[in-house]
Design a protein around this ligand. Structure first.
Ligand SMILES: C[S@@+](CC[C@H](N)C(=O)[O-])C[C@H]1O[C@@H](n2cnc3c(N)ncnc32)[C@H](O)[C@@H]1O
Length: 276
C-alpha cells in the first residue's frame, strides 16, 4: 500500500479545478448573456432530451409508445385530423415530440394538395405525424411509402396509421434505413417514380439520399422535394448542392419549431428539373 509522505501532505494544495472569484465574476456577464440569448434552446434541450430520457428510464417505454397510449385513450379512431390534434396537444402539454407540428404541417398539407402527387415517398416516419398529414391531403388512389429505420418506432407508427383508417394500399410503412431502402424501391416495392419526396429523417443524410434518388432515377422531371429542419439543426451541404447543381428550383418556407417559435427553422421546397 502506498502512503503519502508527511512532508508532502503539509505542503499547500495546488489549486486544481478552482478559479479565483475575480475570474469567475469576469465570466458572469458572458454566462448570463448566453443563458438569456439561448434560453429557448436550453428549454428545448431540457424538454426534448433530459426530461424525455428520465421518463424513458422510469416508464421503460419510449416517448412514441407513451404518445400512442395517450392517442388510444383520447383520439377518435378513423379520424386522422383528431389523431393529429391529439398528438399536438400531448406534445404541448405533456411531453415534447420531435414531430413536424401544426405550423409546418399547414405548409406540408397545402403543398400536397397543390401538387396532387400520385406517389409520395417519406423518409423518417417517427410517430407518423407527417405521414397522416400527407395521407389526409392525397387525392384518391394515390400512394404513400414511408421509411423508418427504428423498428420500435415503426411499430408505433404502423398502429397509428391503421388507427387513422389508412390501409396498406394507401400508406405502406417500410422498416429500414433510407440508404438501404432507396436502391430497393423499384424492385421490391414497385415504386418507379416519386412525384413528391419528404426528407424528414436526419438533415445530415439529406444530400446523400437526394443523390441516391437521382442515381436510381426515382424522381420524374417536375417532382417536388420537401426537406424539413434545413435551418435547425440545419442541412447546409444539402442546400448548397440544391442551389448550385442546376437541377433544382429552390424555395425556403420560414417557420419556427413547434412550441418554440423563437427557434427559427425552415422547410426547403425543391422542384426537380430532371437529370439535365
Ligand atoms: C424528426 S423524426 C421525423 C418526424 C416525422 N416526419 C413527423 O413529423 O412526425 C426523424 C425520424 O427519422 C428516423 N430516421 C433517422 N435516420 C433515418 C434513416 N436513415 N432512414 C430512415 N429513418 C431514419 C428516426 O428514427 C426518426 O424516427
Amino acid at each position: 500500500m502506498r502512503r503519502s509522505s508527511p512532508s508532502r501532505s503539509l505542503q499547500p494544495r495546488t489549486q486544481v479545478g478552482t478559479m479565483s472569484p475575480a475570474i469567475a465574476l469576469a465570466f458572469l456577464p458572458l454566462v448570463v448573456t448566453l443563458l438569456v440569448r439561448y434560453r429557448h434552446h436550453f428549454r428545448l434541450l431540457v424538454r426534448s432530451i433530459l426530461l424525455r430520457s428520465l421518463r424513458d428510464c422510469l416508464s421503460e417505454l419510449r416517448i412514441e409508445e407513451r404518445a400512442f397510449s395517450y392517442v388510444l385513450t383520447h383520439a377518435l379512431p378513423g379520424d386522422p385530423g383528431h389523431i393529429l390534434t391529439t398528438l399536438d396537444h400531448w406534445s404541448s402539454h405533456c411531453e415534447y415530440l420531435s414531430h413536424m407540428g401544426p405550423a409546418k404541417g399547414q405548409i406540408l398539407m397545402r403543398l400536397v394538395e397543390e401538387k396532387a402527387p400520385a406517389c409520395v415517398l417519406e423518409l423518417g416516419t417517427y410517430c407518423a405525424y407527417s405521414t397522416l398529414l400527407i395521407a389526409r391531403a392525397l387525392p384518391a388512389g394515390s400512394r404513400l411509402l414511408t421509411v423508418e429505420q427504428d423498428p420500435r418506432t415503426a411499430a408505433v407508427a404502423e398502429k397509428l396509421i391503421r388507427l387513422a383508417g389508412f390501409d396498406e394500399r394507401t400508406v405502406e410503412l417500410i422498416v429500414g434505413s433510407s440508404e438501404e431502402v432507396i436502391p430497393r424501391l423499384r424492385t421490391q416495392y414497385q415504386l418507379s417514380r416519386a412525384d413528391l419526396v419528404l426528407l424528414a429523417h436526419r438533415p445530415r443524410c439529406y444530400l446523400r439520399d437526394l443523390q441516391l434518388l437521382e442515381a436510381h432515377a426515382l424522381m420524374p422531371a417536375g417532382a417536388t422535394v420537401l426537406a424539413d429542419h434545413v435551418l435547425f439543426p440545419g442541412a447546409p451541404r444539402f442546400l448548397q448542392y440544391a442551389k448550385s447543381c442546376g437541377r433544382y428550383r429552390c424555395r425556403l418556407h420560414h417557420t419556427g419549431l413547434p412550441d418554440f417559435p423563437a427557434i427559427k427553422d425552415g422547410i426547403a421546397q425543391l422542384t426537380y428539373a430532371g437529370p439535365g
